[in-house]
Structure formats: C-alpha cells, structure tokens
Design a protein around this ligand. Structure first.
Ligand code: IMP
Ligand code: MG
Length: 178
C-alpha cells in the first residue's frame, strides 16, 4: 500500500459492486432514452469509464472541467468551468458523473449550468458523498457511498494531482496534506 495512505476506504471489489448497483439504477431511470453522460474531469474519469461500461443504456459521452480547489484540500467555494462540454446541451437528458460531493458548491453550480443551457433533465450520480461537509442543500440523485470527514484519494481522486491511479480508494494520512 502507498505509504501516505492511512487505510483503505473502498477496495477494488467494493467499488465494482457499487458501480454495478449504480448502473442498474441508471438503466431503470433512463429506459428508452439516450442520455448525454458528462464526466467531470479529472476526478471522475475512472468511475465514469467503469459506470458507462456497466450500463446497458446507450449513452453519448462528454467531458468538462470545473475548478474550485487548486492544490489545496479545502474548497474555495467558487467553481468555474475550465473546459466546456462539446455537445449541444439543449433538449438533452444530462447524466452528470461526479467523483465526490463535498460542500455541494460544484454540484449547485453544475445544476444551474445545465439548466441555463436548456437541458431537458439533469441527473447527478456521485461515487462518494460527504454529508457532514455540506454548505448547500445539494444532493446527488444517486450516491454510491457516504464518507466521513477524511480526505480520500485513489480511483481518480487526487491530492495535488497525486494518487489518482491507485486502484482502490484510501484515506490520506493527515500529515500528507496538513
Ligand atoms: P464541492 O464543490 O465542495 O462539493 O467539491 C467537490 C470536489 O471537491 C470534488 O469533485 C473533488 O474534486 C474535490 N474533493 C472534495 N473532497 C475530496 C476528497 O476527499 N478527495 C479528493 N477530492 C475531493
Ligand atoms: Mg470533482
């Protein structure tokens, strides 16, 4: 295990079980539709790849980047789009795929972003959720796993661009970011 990881939060097998459950829920929700699945780079990329492969529903793919963190472990609370999706949003069913909902500011911002561009529906799925850190009343439509106040890395999640390629999700040791 990586020396900066306190302990494993989710193993590869646990992640894949949660991904399969989320995919089944999304297949029921989007039956007969072709949603535009939007990956919020970079943290969601591994979850996104696994999730869309586990789904039976036909999806179109898009990618966007939103920044609010810089290289810190605390949100600045003011998200901005650093890469726009390339598809036309108007009239589409949006399936937004997030790695983690923390304060909720990013999700609130993205919900507004897609609504303003005329999406016909907006569904947010997140791998992880930190309810105790919420600063808004935002909720994802589907959450795979609730977490506590620890900083999580791996399976796409980073601290200062590190640890994204760990195959599991781990709790980062406090001394690695404080
Ligand atoms: P929010 O706007 O505070 O909800 O922030 C959501 C974003 O913060 C996520 O998409 C992540 O990029 C980042 N984030 C929040 N908590 C963690 C964590 O524990 N590990 C890694 N990234 C995190
Ligand atoms: Mg993110």
């Amino acid at each position: 295990m990586n020396e900066n990881i306190e302990r494993v939060f989710l193993t590869q097998t646990q992640i894949q079980n949660k991904v399969a459950e989320a995919a089944a829920w999304l297949d029921r929700k989007f039956e007969g539709k072709t949603p535009l699945a939007v990956c919020v780079l970079k943290g969601s990329v591994l979850f996104f790849g696994d999730l869309i492969r586990a789904m039976q529903t036909p999806v179109e793919l898009d990618f966007m980047s939103v920044s609010s963190y810089g290289n810190s472990s605390v949100s600045s609370g003011a998200p901005r789009v650093t890469k726009e999706p390339s598809a036309k949003i108007e009239g589409r069913d949006i399936l937004l795929v997030e790695d983690i909902i923390d304060s909720g500011h990013t999700l609130a911002f993205l919900r507004r972003y897609f609504k303003e561009r005329g999406a016909s529906s907006f569904t947010a799925v997140t791998l992880l959720n930190k309810p105790c850190r919420r600063e808004t009343c935002e909720q994802a439509d589907y959450t795979c796993v609730d977490a506590g106040d620890e900083f999580l890395v791996g399976y796409g999640l980073d601290y200062a661009e590190q640890y994204r390629n760990l195959p599991y999700i781990g709790i980062l040791k406090r001394e690695a970011y404080e």
